[in-house]
Ligand binder design. Structure first.
Ligand SMILES: NC(=O)c1ccc[n+]([C@@H]2O[C@H](COP(=O)([O-])OP(=O)(O)OC[C@H]3O[C@@H](n4cnc5c(N)ncnc54)[C@H](OP(=O)(O)O)[C@@H]3O)[C@@H](O)[C@H]2O)c1
Length: 272
């Protein structure tokens, strides 16, 4: 396991989804120049500009244009990331549609589920086996960050599908953390509150910048500092105090269930 001067983990090659703007772009900028980057999104111009800016001698930076709402897009990204030999996966791409569910375009709501929940699942399922094999072979740890949100912890009228898709990311990530507890993988659940990006405008929210919105750079820095040290990261004190105990208990519950199921399966096997 390698650490930089601040004690944060260092990685050799990272895949960042949704790197063309906002929090994903901030992750790309926050990673040290020693980390090679595979940047993906649909906006290839923005990805190309970012790649050119972050390029240094000897650093590999590649761009993959892919729509993660599609089967082909997910498969393309998985194949590229395996070939790139990633040891860090940042599942950041996401979207939502603000407004009453029955008035929102059905395709936008379906796309929210496909990108936020399904693509996150596909990328973890598709990439973790290779990441774990490389980590075991090199005697080091791999890392992954799944971006959820504080809205995942309550039903949110006018943002029903988005909040539900992030609730999926929370539950899925917590279960994987328990299943993979003994593996050389640090899996972080990131739950930002309001962040000043283009997300709100793209979601059709017309209320302007929400009060208390933090910068995407703060989210990326806090998440990278927490990776390998915490299971969950919040980006504001209120969420940390209010939701921290909730995710703490849920994490313990998941570990208890994983242990109980393991014992039960061993007993079943002995009876056979
Ligand atoms: N902003 C907030 O207040 C906030 C709070 C909590 C959590 N989050 C989460 O943080 C993550 C990043 O959001 P952000 O605030 O940085 O918003 P953003 O600036 O709108 O960035 C979203 C990114 O997701 C990518 N994306 C969207 N649909 C895609 C698709 N079909 N295929 C591939 N990539 C797609 C976009 O890339 P292209 O357009 O190039 O495809 C873009 O790079 C999301 O998961 C979001 O839910 C945001």
């Amino acid at each position: 396991m390698l650490c930089n001067k601040r004690g944060a983990r260092t990685y050799t090659a990272a895949l960042i989804t949704g790197a063309s703007s906002g929090i994903g772009e901030a992750f790309a900028r926050a990673l040290p120049p020693e980390t090679d980057l595979l940047l993906t999104g649909r906006n290839s111009d923005a990805l190309g500009t970012l790649a050119t800016e972050l390029m240094r001698d000897g650093r590999r930076i590649e761009v993959v244009q892919a729509d993660l709402a599609t089967d082909d897009g997910c498969a393309t990204v998985i194949e590229a990331a395996d070939g790139f030999g990633i040891d860090l996966l940042i599942n950041n791409a996401g979207l939502g549609r603000f407004g009453p569910h029955l008035a929102n375009p059905a395709e936008a709501e379906a796309m929210t589920v496909r990108v936020n929940a399904e693509a996150t699942t596909r990328l973890c399922r598709g990439l973790f086996p290779g990441m774990l094999a490389r980590a075991r072979a090199d005697h080091r740890r791999a890392g992954a960050v799944n971006l959820a949100s504080t809205v995942a912890f309550a039903p949110v009228p006018q943002f029903a599908v988005y909040a539900a898709s992030k609730a999926y990311v929370v539950s899925y990530t917590e279960a994987l953390q328990a299943e993979l507890a003994r593996e050389p993988l640090d899996l972080l659940l990131a739950c930002p509150g309001s962040v000043a990006t283009s997300f709100g405008a793209r979601a059709g929210y017309r209320g302007g910048r929400l009060p208390g919105a933090i910068t995407p750079e703060t989210v990326a820095q806090k998440a990278l500092a927490a990776l390998g040290r915490q299971k969950v990261v919040y980006t504001d004190c209120l969420s940390e105090k209010g939701l921290g105990p909730v995710t703490g208990l849920r994490g313990l519950g998941a570990l208890g269930l994983a242990t109980g199921l393991g014992v039960f399966q061993s007993l079943q096997a002995m009876r056979r």
